[in-house]
Design a protein around this ligand. Structure first.
Ligand SMILES: NC(=O)C1=CN([C@@H]2O[C@H](COP(=O)(O)OP(=O)(O)OC[C@H]3O[C@@H](n4cnc5c(N)ncnc54)[C@H](OP(=O)(O)O)[C@@H]3O)[C@@H](O)[C@H]2O)C=CC1
Ligand SMILES: O=C1O[C@H](COP(=O)(O)O)[C@@H](O)[C@H](O)[C@H]1O
Length: 470
């Protein structure tokens, strides 16, 4: 079976959900809370078994769940909480010990469709997957794995080879939480459901595209994790490449998971490998003092790069990507900058050349769309740029969080929002030259928009636009 074939596993709902690593940080910040919210919405209907090394009692498990849900900002409804904890149990065990899998097997019984969620460090993926496979537990079920999927192209292939020895590709669900974001859906819908947008979403009308993921916080509490990784591996090769594909791909020819993924992969295949000459790396002042950061570290906390897509839709339109920690705001957006209009043939005595139109799709911190247009306000001497903004959700409205969306999709067996191995390899292929020949890292002040060199990267295309924030 090839890595591009994931349709052969029919979408059967999970009969049991087994979480390896339930004592970890991700479970604390995301999993318990997401499961609670799914329970509240009536979307859970199978037992949940947590597995980790710690010797937790059933009460410990419930207490961890309660603390995690409360610290996620949720007000606990006792009836929902009791229903959730009523379906949860815990198995302590060493991931390297065959007896752990025997006990998991005894707990799940002879179900045909178990779902295993591996929220564990990646060096343990192989051990746990082999343990499950050797114990005959994977069956017709699914194994959900967390990022990172390798640290470069070669290691991504090695990891896949290791996983495929125990679990075929169609049964592997790789999480990229950007695919669970509401904004990713909204961007797709906006693009393909509007007759006035699709015809202009190409090189005939668009001059350049800017993708910004700015974060106002640093990595103070996770220097150990971040320092060997850096911005390119942490968010560009995965999250921002997903966003790029959704913003630039052709409309999928159908809604089934493989057809959607084929459209994404086709887009990535058309992206030229990145050029180190068009790559700027930055590091915020003070980063080196963080616990867990190596002395003299050259890890980037900021990355800006240019990508070129060699296909009929995008040839000649540069895509500029930037992301950074400790920037002035937290905001993620995709911005299309259109070509300028020609000289105006109007008789009106206007002194100002029109600006290029822009369409901005914002994904975070809230979702929305902005149109920047030229207009002639009645009360002004000259025309001006006006903005037409629309938030996609009412303030305070609570949409499903990405992990809620993704865990539910894994439970029901819909693989559309999970990354396929050929896509993983394409995105590493694009970034590999930047890993092989990283440009020198440049310092930048906390609260700035990154190093000045990033402005040079985009200077001939009008510079970076200030992100749309409220
Ligand atoms: N934390 C986050 O916000 C995010 C994490 N991820 C990914 O999710 C996965 C899990 O992350 P996270 O929860 O932060 O990881 P943790 O380090 O908190 O560990 C997760 C689980 O693995 C166990 N574990 C860790 N190291 C070992 C070891 N050497 N031997 C045996 N068990 C071990 C932990 O046990 P114990 O509790 O006893 O240490 C825990 O149960 C990783 O792949 C990470 O990249 C992805 C996105 C966000
Ligand atoms: O995976 C990661 O993503 C977060 C950003 O995700 P968001 O949903 O909060 O926008 C990033 O801060 C983190 O460094 C990275 O590991």
């Amino acid at each position: 079976m090839s890595v591009t074939d994931s349709t052969s596993v029919a979408a059967k709902p999970a009969e049991v959900f087994v979480i390896f690593g339930i004592s970890g940080d991700l479970a604390k910040v995301m999993t318990f809370h997401s499961l609670y919210r799914l329970e509240a919405r009536g979307l859970l209907d199978c037992p949940i078994i947590g597995v980790a090394v710690d010797k937790w009692s059933q009460d410990d498990l419930h207490e961890h769940a309660r603390v995690a849900i409360l610290s996620g900002g949720e007000k606990i409804d006792d009836e929902v909480f009791d229903r959730l904890t009523g379906r949860m149990s815990y198995i302590p065990g060493d991931f390297g010990d065959a007896d752990t899998y025997r006990r998991v097997g005894a707990a799940i019984g002879d179900v045909a469709t178990p779902v295993f969620y591996l929220e564990i460090p990646p060096f343990l993926f192989g051990t746990v997957i082999k343990g499950l496979a050797d114990a005959g537990l994977v069956r017709g079920g699914r194994v959900v794995v967390e990022k990172p999927f390798g640290h470069d192209l070669a290691s991504a292939k090695e990891l896949a080879d290791e996983l495929h020895r125990s679990v075929p590709e169609p049964q592997l669900f790789r999480i990229d939480h950007f695919l669970g974001k509401l904004g990713s859906d909204e961007l797709q819908y906006l693009r393909f459901a509007n007759t006035i947008l699709e015809p202009i979403w190409n090189r005939s009308f668009v001059e350049s595209v800017q993708l910004t993921m700015a974060e106002s916080f640093g990595v103070e509490d996770r220097g150990h994790f971040y320092d060997p990784v850096g911005a390119l591996r942490d968010v560009v090769v995965n999250h921002l490449m997903q966003l790029l594909s959704i913003g630039a791909m052709e409309a999928p020819a159908g809604p089934d998971p493989d057809t959607v993924k084929n459209a994404q992969v086709a887009l990535w295949k058309a992206v030229a490998t990145a050029d180190p000459a068009h790559y700027v790396r930055g590091q915020y002042d003070g980063y080196q003092q963080i616990a867990g950061v190596a002395a003299g570290s050259t890890t980037e906390t900021y990355a800006a790069l240019r990508l070129d897509i060699d296909n009929w839709r995008w040839s000649g339109v540069p895509f500029f990507i930037r992301t950074g920690k400790c920037l002035p705001l937290t905001q993620t957006e995709l911005r299309l900058v259109f070509r300028r209009p020609p000289r105006l043939g109007t008789q009106l005595p206007f002194h100002r050349a029109p600006e290029a139109n822009q369409i901005v799709i914002r994904l975070d911190p809230s979702t929305g769309v902005r149109f920047r247009l030229e207009a002639r306000p009645a009360d002004a001497p000259d025309p001006d740029t006006i903005t037409l903004d629309r938030e996609f959700a009412k303030e305070g409205a609570s949409a499903p969080a990405p992990y809620e969306v993704l865990l539910h999709a894994a439970l029901v067996g819909d693989s559309t929002r999970f990354t396929r191995q050929d896509g993983v390899e394409e995105t590493w292929r694009i970034m590999q030259p930047l890993l092989d020949a990283p440009s020198p890292v440049q310092p930048y002040a906390k609260g700035s928009m990154g190093p000045a060199a990033a402005d040079q990267l985009i200077a001939e295309f009008g510079g970076w636009h200030k992100p749309w924030s409220n």
